[in-house]
Design a protein around this ligand. Structure first.
Ligand code: PEP
Ligand code: MG
Length: 735
């Protein structure tokens, strides 16, 4: 593999070596072309003149059968196998025993590797079949590495270059068209043994120094220097890069004879082998950080550091990655992100969403099937990924992208238009946020403020618990950039699906119903009090809005207020000025609160309905489970009646009621909310434009009448969706 040979000579050498070591008379390699034909690319033993001429279709003959079934065939009497097809040009009729294995890469057949012998009755033992399969893996890498394209007739393309479609999870909306940038370009360590220990040690030491320097550089970058959320991750990297144990193991491996890069690979795979079986999320995150660090070091040693980081139109393809790594790329140049793993709650996905990068997750096989520079399209709306798309698919998505850009342009033109319905009702449109990178969107969207600041995101993207000072700095930056616009901070909402890797959570049978949010905060008040103190200090002299998540009964709200009161007194005692105004609210996410609205409303300044969780608990449907999540309708009569009950209680008590779940961002649902009496809603920033263009065309009074008639009908148990659609069509309301 490492001999500097031309591609054909390398293939010839490989089949020759296999034949020699397996003591077979024939060894041949067939490569699968994009047109479904298996072409003989190299042979030892068959007629050399038949190379690039002998062909079989997928499913034809023994070789075609192996390729089609992706299973080996081990025969002692090949000619009598029903699938046997005779290719006269090869002269293979005299060979009776036959062992063929598929050349597989990520479960996909790239070709077939065959050995044959004249002696009938010989059977290749199981170990030989396995050995040949292992060799086939190496050959697969070689085919993937390219260089074979030019060996056949002009115009022939290999199967590896054909278009592939994947369907993954839609994790962040948007269309990305660009070229593959493999996040971890395959580093193939080809020189394993060193010739001089001291030279190699100094290479290692030097590469480590450069690695440390690059981490310092990243830490010093303007967007990281202060309270950037990935600062904590980089600080962990800094610690690891200084880790004596790691450096010592690397040096030891070099002293035992390996090259610096082979040492990095060995130490890393030892560590992976030791830690792989551990399921603790904290350890897995650390392993991932270490993997990332080792890869950086490897690229440094092989001289590939920063490959692709500057590419324009990059669609980053990765197995998985940390949030900090995404921020390594130039923001303006990433068109999309494709992850083999990844879930809606992965840190990298949270950050990508904040940056508006389309993401598809759970795209199995994406890394191994892509090569750097391959054209690729990501559809973040459906989760589909088209690798090496044919021209018609490419142009279809280019049209879609253009259409979206035009629509975005139209929405931008609405930015400074007052958000008022056609019949003159003023509606507050706010955004949900949670990271520093979200903040520019507050101004760009023209929103009235931040209706939900999810403070847990800072905790989720960090590898260690953010310190009080870090929290305070973030909150102050948020308040500064919001200026006059109000910001509603939600206290830590962890537990359930939002686990902090560094905080021990016991395993729970039903995490959504478990030890989370306020339940945890009230039992372990240290966290809550630190956070409240940070919020109060950040807003010192200004205005502050705080809301508590997952309040289930009034007593919990009272207890939370008690902690807030103590922190206010703490400020007085130590001479910090209080905020001039502190408003306290509760999130209504648990149905039990709907049946204690009067006492609840007497005790707070505002309510915000978390419809994501309320819906989940109302219908007993796991919000993350695709099998049930869409089974019930959030526009159904029972759910809308529940929402209306809360709005009416708010009106009675003169307590503003807002809603900040995903439904606020869907124009048709937002329309229903306005019809129910909501005058303020909060949504993801990209939804502001579509919701605003809906409400500008809305006659809210007329809708309220129709919706009231529907909900007041005691027999009505269905969905209001058809009514709402019909209303929108009749009034030409875009939804
Ligand atoms: C909700 O539950 O609707 C909500 C806004 O909170 P989160 O989505 O963060 O749980
Ligand atoms: Mg919630």
């Amino acid at each position: 593999m490492i001999e500097p040979l031309e591609p054909q000579a390398r293939l010839d050498q490989i089949v020759k070596l296999i034949a020699k070591h397996m003591e077979t008379e024939v060894c041949s390699l067939y490569v699968l072309r994009a047109d479904g034909v298996l072409e003989l690319y190299a042979t030892e033993g068959l007629n050399p003149g038949s190379v690039h001429l002998a062909q079989l279709r997928l499913g034809e003959g023994l070789v075609g059968t192996i390729a089609a079934t992706a299973r080996p065939l081990n025969l002692s009497d090949a000619q009598n196998h029903p699938a046997f097809t005779y290719l006269p040009e090869t002269g293979e009729e005299v060979y009776a025993t036959f062992l063929g294995v598929p050349v597989l890469r990520a479960g996909r057949t790239l070709g077939v590797l065959v050995v044959q012998n004249k002696a009938a009755g010989r059977v290749y033992p199981e170990e030989e079949s396995e050995a040949l399969e292992t060799v086939a893996m190496v050959v697969a890498e070689m085919i993937a590495a390219g260089g074979l394209e030019g060996l056949s007739r002009p115009g022939v393309t290999l199967d590896l270059t054909r278009p592939v479609n994947f369907s993954g999870l839609a994790l962040c909306d948007g269309i990305g068209i660009g070229r593959v940038v493999l996040h971890e370009p395959r580093v193939i360590v080809s020189s394993l043994f060193n010739e001089d220990v001291e030279t190699e040690v100094s290479r290692l030491v030097q590469a480590l120094a450069i690695l440390r320097e690059s981490i310092e550089d990243m830490l010093a970058r303007r967007d990281v220097a202060d309270e950037g959320e990935h600062r904590a991750v980089l600080e962990t990297y800094r610690k690891f890069a200084q880790d004596r144990g790691w450096v010592r193991r690397l040096e030891e491996a070099v002293r035992n004879g390996l090259t610096a890069e082979a040492a990095v690979e060995k130490v890393q795979s030892d560590m992976r082998a030791r830690m792989m079986h551990l399921t603790d999320p904290y350890i897995r995150e650390r392993l991932h950080d270490f993997d990332d660090l080792a890869n950086r070091l490897l690229r440094q040693l092989i001289g590939q550091d920063g490959v692709g980081k500057d590419a324009t139109d990059a669609v980053v393809v990765a197995r998985n990655m940390g949030a900090a790594e995404l921020l390594d790329y130039h923001r303006g140049q990433i068109r999309g992100l494709v992850l083999e793993e990844g879930a809606a709650t992965s840190h990298v996905v949270i950050v990508a969403r904040a940056l508006g990068i389309p993401v598809a997750g759970q795209v199995k096989g994406a890394v191994s099937m892509s090569e750097n520079g391959d054209p690729i399209v990501v559809d973040g709306e459906t989760g589909d990924v088209h690798l090496r798309p044919p021209p018609e698919v490419h142009s279809l998505f280019a049209d879609k992208l253009r259409f979206r850009a035009e629509r975005q342009q139209r929405y931008r033109s609405l930015r400074d238009v007052a958000s008022r319905t056609r019949d003159g009702l003023s509606i507050g449109l706010q955004v949900n946020a949670g990271l520093l990178v979200d903040l520019p969107q507050l101004v760009e969207s023209g929103a009235g403020g931040i209706g939900l600041f999810r403070t847990e995101l800072q905790f989720m993207v960090a590898s260690t618990m953010p310190r009080a000072g870090d929290q305070e700095r973030l909150y102050r930056a948020v308040l500064d950039s919001a200026g006059e616009r109000p910001v509603t901070f939600r206290t830590l909402d962890v537990g359930g699906d939002k686990l902090l890797p560094y905080l021990a959570h016991g395993a729970e049978e039903n995490p959504a119903l478990g030890y989370r949010a306020m339940r945890l905060a009230l039992d372990r008040p240290g966290l809550l009090r630190t956070q409240l103190r940070a919020l109060l200090k950040a807003a010192s002299g200004g205005r502050l809005r705080i809301m508590f998540p997952m309040i289930t009964d009034v007593a919990e709200l009272k207890a939370a207020r008690g902690f807030l009161q103590r922190e206010l007194e703490h400020l007085d005692r130590f001479g910090y000025p209080r905020p001039v105004d502190v408003k306290v609210g509760a999130m209504l996410e648990v149905p039990s609160l709907i049946f204690q609205l009067d006492p609840l409303m007497q005790d707070l300044d505002f309510v915000s309905i978390g419809s994501n969780d309320l819906f989940q608990f109302f219908f007993a449907v796991d919000r993350g489970n695709a099998n049930v999540a869409t089974r019930y309708d959030d526009l159904s009569a029972p759910f809308l009646r529940a929402l209306r009950t809360v709005v009416r209680a708010g009106e009675r008590h003169k307590v503003p009621v807002s809603l900040c779940g995903e439904m606020a961002g869907r124009p048709l649902s937002a329309m229903a909310l306005i019809g129910l009496g909501f005058r303020d809603i909060s949504m993801a920033p990209p939804s502001i434009g579509p919701v605003k263009s809906m409400l500008l065309a809305l006659d809210a009074g007329a809708l309220a009448d129709e919706l009231r008639a529907f909900l007041d009908d005691p027999q009505q148990a269905g969905s209001a969706r058809p009514l709402l659609r019909d209303f929108a069509e009749r009034h030409r309301i875009p939804y």
